[in-house]
Ligand binder design. Structure first.
Ligand code: SF4
Length: 401
């Protein structure tokens, strides 16, 4: 599962140890702080404790209110999970002991298990292979930038969108991730980072899957990640990508969150885009651009257009001119992020040379488009999205998804 030129490290950075037994009479442990432990109270809660990583503090409080617990318990448990990385009730030492025992008896909150970590020895990019409770595998990738640590989160197991250049879609969509499984990716990586005194500062929902096809869970995850009692990541440090699901772009605009939308353009015209990205047959570029214009007007946020450069497919100078014309129709400042294609063995494409990438970028700039070329992080590990997962599935004798 691990490329020969990469480094795999053991999955260290487990959950912080319990702070030890709580002394009798410790704050919050007094008799009468709630009816925890009373036989007459039902043990069933509105949401199973195993799924609590996907709840906001007020929802945790509402669940515990059925046991007569005060509303601040929700915030306490949320902070233990999302700020401190603790998911064992027994270790949540500011909860009454009896409540801890009672919650633990129902089962601790569940987060993905780290199955492997690949580390690029030169740029520090870490790719985590995570196993979900039902045995499904996903990837999450941590990248180091000058401005902070950015985590690229998966939103689905597999992907239905069928983009021709992508490894994540080769076996189709298996299922959506829950908000708990998305928040769990952030939680376990932050737990890992805590060992060296670091935390994730930026989120991109751009890993395996089409996040807008799983919009409710994605929005819930963003709210959890943003909450000041948890990871506290600014909405302005969050980016959600889409291959171009027009109705969901409009719905996202209505949410009014000041996040960045990243639209995967990847082609200069409908003919080529429909060939590379089947979603374009349903929502062609004119409709996509209408939705983008509306998004910018409603949110006041700039859209980033992602463009994977594939040699001789979409990287010629005339393609750059067409892209500039398409984006000029948006009537405002636009930003294009060029991404030299990361080779995937199952795909018959070639990555362009640095000269071709620079020529494409220069052609866009000459036409007034803001351009960045994405630094190729993780080149010494399997950098393309979905490759590590596919390798693990193949090793387990299941290359189907
Ligand atoms: S590029 Fe994104 S939307 Fe397209 S198939 Fe891959 S994961 Fe899905």
């Amino acid at each position: 599962m691990v490329a020969a030129d990469s480094t795999t490290v053991p999955a260290t950075g487990g959950e912080p140890a319990a702070a030890g037994p709580v002394a009798a009479g410790a704050p919050g442990d007094a008799a009468g702080s709630g009816p925890a432990g009373r036989d007459a109270t039902p043990d069933l809660l509105p949401v199973p404790t195993r799924q609590w990583v996907g709840l906001l503090p007020e929802e945790l409080a509402a669940a515990l209110a059925t046991w007569g617990e005060p509303s601040y318990r929700g915030q306490q448990i949320f902070t233990w999970m999302h700020r401190r990385g603790v998911t064992r009730f027994a270790a949540m030492t500011d909860l009454p002991k009896a409540l801890r025992r009672r919650l633990a008896a129902l089962g601790d909150p569940v987060v993905p298990e780290v199955r492997a970590v690949q580390v690029d020895p030169e740029d520090g990019t870490r790719k985590y292979l995570l196993e979900l409770a039902d045995g499904q595998l996903i990837e999450t990738v941590l990248m180091r930038y000058r401005y902070g640590l950015s985590l690229c989160v998966s939103s689905q197991v597999g992907c239905a969108m069928g983009c021709r250049f992508c490894a994540s879609t080769l076996g189709g969509l298996v299922r959506n991730l829950s908000a708990a499984e998305m928040a769990g990716q952030l939680l376990v990586v932050n737990r890992h980072l805590a060992v060296q005194g670091e935390r994730v500062s930026h989120l991109v929902v751009m890993g395996i899957g089409e996040p807008l096809q799983n919009l409710d869970a994605t929005l819930r995850f963003l709210r959890i990640a943003h909450h000041p009692k948890g990871a506290g990541i600014s909405y302005r440090h969050m980016t959600v990508s889409t291959s171009g699901l027009v109705p969901q772009i409009r719905r996202l605009a209505e949410e009014g969150l000041p996040i960045t939308l990243a639209v995967s353009l990847h082609a200069p015209n409908d003919a080529l885009r429909s060939w590379l990205m089947p979603v374009n047959r349903r929502w062609p570029m004119a409709e996509l651009m209408d939705a983008c214009r509306e998004y910018v007007q409603r949110t006041g946020r700039r859209i980033t257009f992602e463009y994977v450069l594939i040699e001789d497919v979409n990287d010629r100078p005339e393609h750059a001119a067409e892209v500039a014309d398409v984006l000029a129709g948006l009537g405002g400042p636009v930003h294009v992020n060029l991404i030299p294609w990361n080779p995937v063995s199952e795909r018959p494409f070639k990555a362009p040379s640095p000269q071709r990438v620079e020529a494409f970028a220069a052609a866009l700039r000459r036409r007034g488009v803001n351009v960045t070329v994405r630094r190729q992080l993780g080149r010494r590990i399997e950098a393309a999205c979905g490759q590590l997962r596919r390798r693990a599935l193949a090793a387990a004798g299941d290359g189907s998804s």
